[in-house]
Each structure stands twice: as C-alpha cells, then as structure tokens.
Design a protein around this ligand. Structure first.
Ligand SMILES: CC/C=C\C/C=C\CCC/C=C/CC(=O)SCCNC(=O)CCNC(=O)[C@H](O)C(C)(C)COP(=O)(O)OP(=O)(O)OC[C@H]1O[C@@H](n2cnc3c(N)ncnc32)[C@H](O)[C@@H]1OP(=O)(O)O
Length: 281
C-alpha cells in the first residue's frame, strides 16, 4: 500500500525537483518525497542514440548514482518513440575517429546502466527497436504502452547484435525464445512482448507506466540497499566482465564491420527506405 501511494504521488506530479538541466539531451527529475529519479531521453525526432545522447545518458546515470536516488526510471519525451536505437548516421559513411568514440561511449553507457547499483526500470512509452531494446532490457523491469513494438532487429539490417546486447536480452528471455527472436530480427508488439516476458507489464499511458515502474522500485523499500545492490551485481557480474575484458576487441570488430562496403550499401538502402516512408505520408 505504501509503495502504491508513493508511486501514485510520483506519477501524479507530486513534488518534483529538477536536479539536472546540465545535459542537453537528457533530463533528470528526482521526486523529493519518493527519492526516485526519472531519466528522460530528449533527442527528437526518434531518440537516435548518437555520441552526444550516449554521453548525456551516461552522465545522467552517474548523477543518479551519486545523488543517492532510490531508483531510476528511464523514459522518453517523445509521445511515440522510446528510442529508435543507434543513430544509423553514426555508422553510415562514418568518420572513423568519431565512430570509435561513438562505440566506446555505447560500451561505457551500457556498463553504467546494466551495472547500475540502484534499481532500474524502463517506462517504454513508444517504439523501442535494437539499441532502444538494449536500453530497456538493461533495466530490471519494463512497463510498456500498447500499440508499439520492441525487439532486436539487427539481422533485418544485415547486422549482428554484439554478445553484450544478447546478454541483456538473455537476462530477460529464455534462451530458446531469445535465440529465435534474434535470428529473425523479430519486433514484438506490446501484447506479444508481454506474452513472452520481454516486458513485465503494460500501461495505458506514460504516466501509468511511470507509476508502475515506481511501484516496482517501491518493492525494495524494506530491503537492505547494500545487500540488494551487491546481489544484483553478482547476478550481472559475468556479463559485465565479459565486455570489460573484451572491450578493445569488440571495438575493433565493430570498426571492421562498419567499414565493409556491403554493410555500407545495406545501411544506405535501409536509410533510404526510412526516408521514402516519410515522403509517402
Ligand atoms: C562486436 C560488434 C561487431 C560487429 C557488429 C557490427 C555492428 C553492430 C551494430 C549493430 C547494432 C545495431 C543496433 C541498432 O540500434 S541499429 C538501429 C536500428 N534501428 C532501427 O532499425 C529503427 C529504424 N526506425 C524506425 O523503424 C522508425 O523510424 C521508428 C519506428 C523508430 C519511428 O517511426 P516514425 O514513423 O515515427 O518515424 P520515421 O519517419 O521513420 O523517422 C523520423 C526520422 O528519423 C530517422 N530515423 C529513424 N530511425 C533512425 C535511426 N535509428 N537512425 C537514424 N535516423 C533514424 C528517419 O530516417 C526520419 O528521418 P528524416 O526523413 O526525417 O530525415
């Protein structure tokens, strides 16, 4: 009951304090009463994860870790897109120095989110393909609004999701389900995602999704925070360590892959398809 009241207070626009306005592409609002931080991505039109958004996400996660928030809820300022995943323009005809910085930052941001010591939840208020799904599955709990899609669609783009994308996916889905979905590049509707367990709950609005995420975080109110966070870290240690040990190799593989003419050709066609769709409307 206490948890429900706290979460209602948070979602109903109860006392909120804007802690950070420093980052251009993210905001952090911490509710004074509940101590839960809402981290909002704000890079129109689709929250494409480019170098700057990834940097801002990382610095917001650090800020939330540092200000002793009771939990982190990740969401988006867009009414229809949680995140369109990696900004394809970072990989299409890339400047190789920037591309290196981009992938290194993606690794850094993932390590911070997946390894975060505070309870994390995603209020998925829009489409969430590929890198968007990575962010959501790196959180401990997911609540999604109907009529959107979520999944790792990399194979549809002729790309291979790196091992650590798979780790986050596998921390949520059974191996058989995860393997089939990844091989197919399958995007799940909200209802399908709930059925397979890719999300935990549905909500009729962003506000309700945030309320349900807050209720999840509230379930830890009476649990020793250090014991909870060390337990979470033990569960995630192998996945985190695997990337930490292989960061350089992972980066080199990525740079090699994006410099392949066949991949560039595929990305060009994919981008063209996205743009044609806009013109048709
Ligand atoms: C160890 C590793 C080794 C090797 C591995 C090598 C490579 C690994 C990399 C693999 C990882 C990839 C992860 C990714 O995240 S790739 C990105 C995948 N994302 C998508 O496929 C999403 C594409 N977008 C959409 O499906 C739709 O846009 C969406 C449903 C999100 C929204 O639809 P809506 O109708 O609302 O908007 P649009 O009109 O489609 O889009 C508006 C403008 O935004 C542009 N756009 C959309 N998505 C992206 C994107 N991901 N990147 C860049 N730009 C994007 C779209 O073109 C429109 O642009 P304009 O026409 O307005 O200029």
């Amino acid at each position: 009951m206490l948890h429900t009241n706290l979460s209602r207070l948070l979602a109903s626009g109860g006392p909120k304090r804007l802690i950070s306005t420093v980052n251009k592409l993210t905001t952090v609002e911490v509710n004074d009463k509940t101590g839960i931080a809402i981290l909002t991505m704000n890079r129109p039109p689709v929250n494409g994860l480019n170098l700057e958004l990834l940097q801002d996400l990382k610095s917001s996660i650090d800020e939330i870790e540092g200000n002793k928030s009771r939990g982190l809820i990740l969401t988006s300022s867009s009414p229809t897109i949680f995140s369109a995943g990696l900004d394809i323009l970072e990989m299409y005809k890339p400047d190789m120095d920037r591309c290196r910085a981009f992938w290194s930052q993606l690794q850094e941001t993932w390590l911070a989110l997946y390894g975060s010591s505070v309870p994390t939840a995603a209020a998925i208020n829009g489409h969430s393909p590929a890198g968007g799904c990575l962010l959501a599955t790196s959180c401990e709990y997911r609540v999604m609004v109907p009529k959107f899609t979520i999944g790792l669609n990399e194979t549809q783009l002729g790309m291979i999701a790196p091992q650590w994308f798979m780790s986050a996916f596998l921390s949520v889905l059974p191996q058989r389900e995860a393997e089939r979905a990844l091989n197919q590049g399958r995007m799940f509707t909200t209802e399908e995602a709930l059925r397979v367990g890719l999300i935990d709950e549905t909500a009729n609005s962003k506000e309700e999704a945030i309320e349900k995420c807050a209720a999840f975080i509230g379930t830890f109110a009476k649990v020793n925070p250090l014991a909870r966070s060390l337990t979470k870290q033990q569960f995630r240690a192998a996945d985190l360590q695997q990337l930490k040990n292989g960061r350089k190799e992972d980066l080199e593989k990525f740079l090699f892959t994006v410099s392949q003419p066949a991949l560039q050709k595929g990305l060009g066609i994919y981008l063209e398809g996205l743009k044609k769709k806009v013109k048709k409307q």
